[in-house]
Design a protein around this ligand. Structure first.
Ligand code: ADP
Ligand code: MG
Length: 427
């Protein structure tokens, strides 16, 4: 994904059966985080790895873990590897990846447990021999308290999406789980961002870790085209959204709203308007969420309305558009949202609806992603004079900022920073 790539998967000394699964998956070269992390994990080091969403962190830990497991067979009860993840969707996704990469490694078994579903099947899975356990913290603690999980032979602990885990308030459960595992374990922590609380957690749980930060690129999504549309009010947002959703270049879109309530409202409206839309948020039953994701993956649902928590970490390919119907609460959420598109090398478009009062937020996003957002308008749906006023009260503020309109007159407002051909998208 960058110019620096030289190493091949063959150079990483992975077992031939793992290499075969990698080839089956269609991967040709390891991503930068994979190149950096795999040799360290094979050596047995603790590791703290930060890289953008969508850069292949799952394989970065799963491939060397599988290699280690088959190189040193062990018998006994309980998991040899525990992967903790913040959400149910992510648990399923990581466990599917483990199964995919271990498909030629007969006898290696992965179990996945998470909340929101009945206990009996998971309990059965836990009572048979298995090697890798992928779990969300809450449900795992339930089983620990019932005495249904033993960590006596645990060799590796992975904390995936550590930043989200902390945002979701899992700090104490994570510490409690880690404390129940052997001190001799190898610990790996992966995160999209290295905020202070993540660094603190890594100091608490990791032993002299190797730190890998795919810096600069860390928050920059070069293959994502970030655009801003200024809006006057909610009905203006609806009109613009309706226009965008009719674009023939739009194959799959995720639309983010600020709350579950708004998500429900929006999906109802879109369905009424005849769109193939579905909603994904924390109040929706697990079974339905899983079904929605698979329908969206299969292209049977074209528009997914989601809240931040529900969409976090979910790997869905070929999302052409991410739309911030409501802006995210913080810049990191923005990075995660736009990470749903432009996955693994493909390009994507991220559109943010914003009011002039949101300009400071947009500037923070630009600064954080180190990437300019292009302000665009749709002919006939330009924002009103009133909405644009605040930007013009400070015309000398900063000439370089992209949010300053290039030209402004009463007839033709917001003719902004249009790159040639940009407008065409909406025509
Ligand atoms: P992250 O955890 O960093 O957000 P994922 O592990 O979910 O990213 O990977 C994103 C996507 O990239 C997945 O669909 C995965 O199958 C794919 N992928 C991972 N490694 C490679 C690779 N080396 N080449 C091509 N695709 C890859
Ligand atoms: Mg991940």
């Amino acid at each position: 994904m960058t110019d620096k790539i030289e190493t091949s998967f063959q150079d990483l000394n992975l077992h031939p059966k793992i290499l075969k699964a990698i080839t089956d998956a269609g991967y040709t070269i390891p991503t930068p985080i994979q190149q950096a992390a795999i040799p360290e994990i094979l050596k047995g080091s603790d590791l703290c790895g930060a890289a953008n969403t969508g850069t292949g962190k799952t394989a970065a830990f799963m491939l060397p873990i599988l290699h280690r497991l088959i190189s040193n067979p062990s018998s006994g009860q309980g998991p040899r590897v525990l992967v903790l993840v913040p959400t149910r969707e992510l648990a399923m996704q990581v466990s599917n990846e483990a199964i995919k990469y271990s498909k030629h490694l007969h006898g290696l078994k992965t179990v996945c447990i998470y909340g929101g579903v009945p206990y009996p099947k998971q309990k059965r899975d836990l009572s048979n021999p298995y090697d890798i356990l992928v779990a969300t913290p809450g449900r795992l603690i339930d089983y620990m308290e019932r005495g249904q999980i033993r960590f006596s032979r645990l060799e590796l602990l992975v904390l995936d999406e550590a930043d989200r885990m902390l945002d979701m308030g899992f700090i104490d459960p994570v510490k409690k789980i880690a404390a129940a595992t052997p001190k001799s374990r190898q610990t790996l922590l992966f995160s999209a961002t290295l905020k202070e609380n993540v660094v603190q957690l890594s100091k608490h749980l990791l032993n002299n870790p190797v730190k890998i930060g795919i810096t600069l690129e860390q928050t920059k999504h070069e293959n994502i085209d970030q655009r801003v549309l200024f809006v006057d009010n909610v009905s203006h947002k609806h009109r613009i959204l309706d226009h965008i959703l009719k674009d023939p270049e739009l194959s799959k879109a995720i639309v983010f709203t600020a709350t579950k309530f708004f998500a429900n409202q929006l999906v109802d409206k879109l369905k009424e308007d005849g769109h193939f839309a579905a909603v994904l948020h924390g109040d929706i039953k697990q079974q339905k969420r899983t079904k929605t994701i698979s329908l969206f993956k299969a292209g049977k649902v074209k528009i997914l309305i989601a809240t931040d928590v529900a969409a976090r970490g979910v790997d869905i390919q070929n999302v052409s558009h991410v739309i911030n119907f409501d802006l995210p609460r913080d810049v990191e959420d923005h990075v995660h949202r736009i990470g749903r598109t432009g996955r693994a090398g493909s390009t994507g478009i991220a559109l943010s609806f914003a009011a002039p009062k949101d300009i400071p937020v947009l500037r923070r996003i630009e600064k954080f992603t180190n990437q300019k957002m292009t302000v665009i308008t749709i002919p006939g749906m330009e924002p009103s004079l009133k909405a644009s006023t605040p930007t013009h009260e400070r015309p000398h503020n900063n000439n370089k900022r992209s949010f300053r309109p290039k030209r402004f007159d009463n007839k033709n407002r917001f003719h902004h920073a249009k790159k040639p051909g940009k407008k065409k998208f909406f025509d």
